[in-house]
Design a protein around this ligand. Structure first.
Ligand code: EPZ
Length: 416
């Protein structure tokens, strides 16, 4: 089994360039199903999850070409199959994002119930509530969901929780529906805005993305479009923490500072210096960071996808930190692995109390989800001795060229 080896690497110095956002490109590839023409996407990170999403579209009859590193061409003119295969959907929950565009474009979709990483039960009730409200008939059977609608009609839909996936799926379904759809209590993540911009480039009419109320006027058809995916704010935050935890001095390039405000605020609170420079952000932390309290929330609150990485940082901070994970009901799987490295963390339901220790020690650990895996690399950078991380496939779902990017910062991170 491949493993990632991390040796003590403090302090990191150098520059890292951030790739396109996984959580923007996945819905955007799905949205290409809405058009009967060619779409060209740039800054696409060729991650495992992106490969799976492309395989799902090909299984539906789309044609996908990788033009060069970072550019793909998607043509959904000839889609002829309604069923997304179990063996693909079970590998990645985001495959479920094809159901909205398939319903809108083909009037029918059959997809296996989603799988995905183990961070809590991840229902799809809000997605289905939206499709039903728009007139789709939903049936379950044999582990599959079947959805059918001659033509979806615009509706006013309230989301009990500002679900990112439900907001995206309903927005895509509404793009070709008859009339106006209003999504209330919508998710406000930057990736939602990027998807809306892409749909509008295809000739759609989406307004209010990035706020809690999104209005979509359905149109009769959508053309192809060219789009460059926004940079990955979570990949950026991960490397920023690497600079902080090693008391290093690094530059993170190709970022949208505004998307990182919650992360910047918390790092500064911990005593880390974060400065805007022409190419991005400079992150440096001469001293041992101090403890901070974090409560994860939907955007623009502190992102749940940065919780594990910040826990690695506070494991070696001065003082005691309290984390509350409000978005997922089981996103502390990294705690046991950090404990194996000497971290002092207590869990009580959705709360974790992290007592900073002066030193961690390298150990054999395993990645339990993609952000937990990243957190273990961060801890390994400052641990005494060698850290060996197993189940590295989780990490490859969300981080492109991770060992090369870390090596460019002077980190001793190798894959064996
Ligand atoms: C997206 O997942 C991201 N994935 C996740 O990133 C991210 O952690 C999450 O949003 C929150 O920001 C992609 O964009 C591909 P949700 P998603 O629907 O859409 C509940 C990573 O690390 N919920 O906002 O699945 C759900 O149980 C990944 O890159 C319902 O109750 O997240 C969860 O507790 C991990 N019913 C909460 O909402 C529903 O119908 C957030 O889920 C849908 C969701």
């Amino acid at each position: 089994m491949p493993r990632i080896i991390v040796e003590n690497s403090s302090p990191l110095r150098g520059t890292v360039r951030i790739s396109g956002a996984k959580n923007a490109v996945l819905p955007i590839i799905a949205a290409s199903l809405l058009s009967n023409d060619k779409c060209i996407l740039d800054d696409v990170p060729m991650l495992d999850d992106v490969e799976v999403m492309c395989e799902v579209l090909v299984s539906l009859g789309a044609d996908i070409k990788r033009i060069s590193s970072g550019r793909i061409e998607v043509n959904s003119r000839d889609i002829d199959n309604y069923e997304a295969p179990y063996e693909l959907v079970r590998r990645m929950r985001a495959s479920f994002l094809v159901i909205g565009p398939m319903l809108a474009r083909m009037g029918e979709a059959r997809i296996s119930l989603p799988g995905g990483c183990a961070i809590g039960t991840r229902p799809i009730d809000l997605h289905l509530k939206g499709f039903s409200a728009m007139g789709a008939e939903i049936n379950f059977g044999h582990g599959y969901i079947e959805a059918r609608a001659d033509r979806l009609r615009g509706e006013r839909i309230y989301l009990d929780f500002p679900s990112v996936g439900a907001t995206e799926n309903i927005m895509m379904a509404a793009a070709l529906a008859d009339g106006r759809t209003v999504i209330e209590n919508a998710a406000e993540e930057p990736e939602i805005v990027d998807l809306a911009n892409f749909i509008n480039k295809m000739g759609g009419n989406v307004k209010g993305a990035g706020t809690d109320t999104i209005k979509i006027e359905g149109v009769d058809e959508l053309t192809g479009a060219n789009h460059t995916v926004i940079p990955d704010r979570i990949e950026a935050g991960t490397y920023m923490v690497a600079g902080a935890i090693t008391n290093g001095d690094i530059i993170v390039e190709n970022i949208v500072t505004n998307h990182l405000m919650p992360v910047i605020a918390k790092l500064r609170e911990a005593g880390v210096f974060v400065e805007e420079v022409p190419s991005g952000l400079r992150v440096y932390a001469p001293e041992r960071v101090n403890s901070i309290d974090i409560k994860t929330l939907p955007y623009p609150g502190f992102p749940t996808d940065m919780q594990a990485q910040m826990m690695a940082l506070t494991s070696v901070a001065q003082g005691t930190s309290v984390f509350i994970e409000t978005v997922f009901d089981n996103r502390f799987m990294h705690v046991n692995e950090l404990r194996r490295m000497g971290a002092n963390i207590k869990i009580d339901g959705r709360s974790a109390v992290i007592q900073g220790v002066p030193k961690l020690t390298g150990a054999r650990v395993k990645a339990t989800d993609l952000r937990a895996g990243a957190a273990l690399i961060l801890a390994g950078l400052v641990a005494d001795g060698i850290t060996e991380i197993n189940e590295t496939h989780h990490i490859d779902r969300g981080y492109i060229d991770i060992e090369k990017k870390f090596q460019n910062l002077g980190a001793k991170v190798y894959r064996i």
